[in-house]
Design a protein around this ligand. Structure first.
Ligand code: SAM
Ligand code: DTB
Ligand code: SF4
Length: 366
């Protein structure tokens, strides 16, 4: 992914961010048109496959167990219900599904085996599959890639300096490591941040600098406005000015001309006019559907109306990279083989033939 080296110092980036707004938007729109079709905006759906009860202390997050929010904890969804939700999202125009789990990190257990199955099943629907599951090892990343994962989302959230004020249970370097592990497995990287947490403009620039310093910056950069949720340490943060969101999108677009800049959380507080300026300034994706992971988002119908008014077209999947192949997962295949063998033995013991309709997915594998 290209970086615009004209702005490779903090000073130059700050000057860019603070440019007269319409000049900034014009420059961003010009860059955007060189690399992207300005009418195309990807609709991507979020699905919280495992909700709440997270041991981390991310100050913005309603899913952290230690904060008292209205989020109800739920265990991992079944593969069948994920397929149903994915089909629904696709029918409403989404070409990408991002599955999020309130985990600190991925563990090598049966829940992860199930996530691998989800990735295969959603990839089979010809949707771009993205996961955001917390920290990830290189081996786990390879397993997801083999199953057909298109992208992994793991945000730096802010600058290295401000990060410490927001999260104490894991470090900036852990995040960089996870991003690197996804990269090494050949997975497209989705990584961005949140504005409106009380950070200075320098911190927003600092985050962009962190991405600029990467050997290979993210293919996808989500820009979220904080959704201040009651019960979290950031519950009293004032909503960010819409102009700041436009500036952040525009600056990101200019610095990373090839990446997809995603206008992410916080759209319920934005007017259609402000969102239009974000699209003008280079945002080419939104999260669609009335829920993000746990907080509200505009309804499909509202976004459909916005697309009609602004003349936007939902983007087809795999415009930014080929559809990954789903290969059989060796661990799940072995489990299925063993389960089938056990079933055969049981049937033999009962003096019956093994059930030809036996489906290993329906048995509980310990
Ligand atoms: N647990 C995993 C992790 O932290 O990597 C994945 C899920 S986590 C909810 C994904 C991202 O959502 C966070 O990194 C953060 O950028 C964003 N996020 C969470 N709560 C938010 C909020 N209240 N407002 C805006 N963005 C938020
Ligand atoms: C990202 O940067 N934003 C999305 C996605 N990646 C996973 C998540 C936004 C979550 C907003 C808070 C919530 O709904 O829980
Ligand atoms: Fe847990 Fe992720 Fe929320 Fe942090 S952002 S508390 S890791 S779910």
């Amino acid at each position: 992914m290209k970086v615009n080296t004209t702005y490779n110092t903090k000073e130059a980036l700050l000057e860019l961010y603070n440019k007269p707004l319409l000049e900034l938007v014009f420059e961003a729109a010009t860059v955007h048109r060189q690399y992207h079709n300005p009418r195309e905006v990807q609709m991507s759906s979020l699905l919280s496959i495992k909700t709440g009860g997270c041991p981390e202390d991310c100050g913005y997050c309603p899913q952290a167990a230690r904060y008292h929010t209205d989020v109800e904890a739920h265990k991992l969804m079944t593969v069948d219900s994920v397929i149903e939700q994915a089909k629904n999202a696709k029918a409403n125009g989404s070409s990408r599904l991002c599955m999020g789990a309130a985990w600190r990190e991925v563990r090598d257990n049966k829940d992860f085996d199930q996530v691998v199955e989800m990735v295969q099943a959603v990839n089979d629907l010809d949707m771009e599959v993205c996961c955001t599951l917390g920290m990830l090892s290189e081996d786990q990343a390879k397993r997801l890639k083999n199953a057909g994962l298109f992208a992994y989302n793991h945000n730096l959230d802010s600058s290295r300096e401000f990060y410490k004020d927001i999260i104490s249970t894991r470090e900036y370097d852990n995040r960089l490591e996870t991003i690197d592990n996804a990269r090494k497995a050949g997975i497209s990287v989705c990584s961005g941040g949140i504005i409106g947490m009380g950070e200075a403009v320098e911190d927003r620039i600092g985050m962009l600098m962190s991405y600029m310093q990467m050997e290979n910056p993210p293919e996808s950069i989500p820009i979220n406005a904080l959704v201040a949720v009651e019960g979290t340490p950031l519950e009293d943060q004032k909503p960010i000015e819409q102009w700041e969101m436009i500036r952040m999108v525009a600056t990101t677009r200019i610095v990373f001309p090839q990446s997809v800049v995603r206008l992410s959380a916080g759209r319920t507080k934005m007017s259609m006019e402000a969102q239009a300026l974000c699209f003008m300034a280079g945002a080419s994706s939104i999260f669609a559907g009335d829920k993000l992971l746990t907080t509200p988002n505009p309804e499909f119908n509202e976004d459909k109306e916005m697309f009609d008014i602004l003349g936007l077209i939902p983007k087809e999947p795999f415009q930014e990279g080929e559809k990954p192949e789903s290969h059989p997962d060796p661990i799940n295949e072995e489990k299925k083989r063993k389960a089938a063998e056990r079933e055969k033995e049981l049937a033999a013991a009962r003096g019956k033939k093994a059930d030809p309709n036996f489906s290993p997915r329906k048995v509980t594998i310990l």
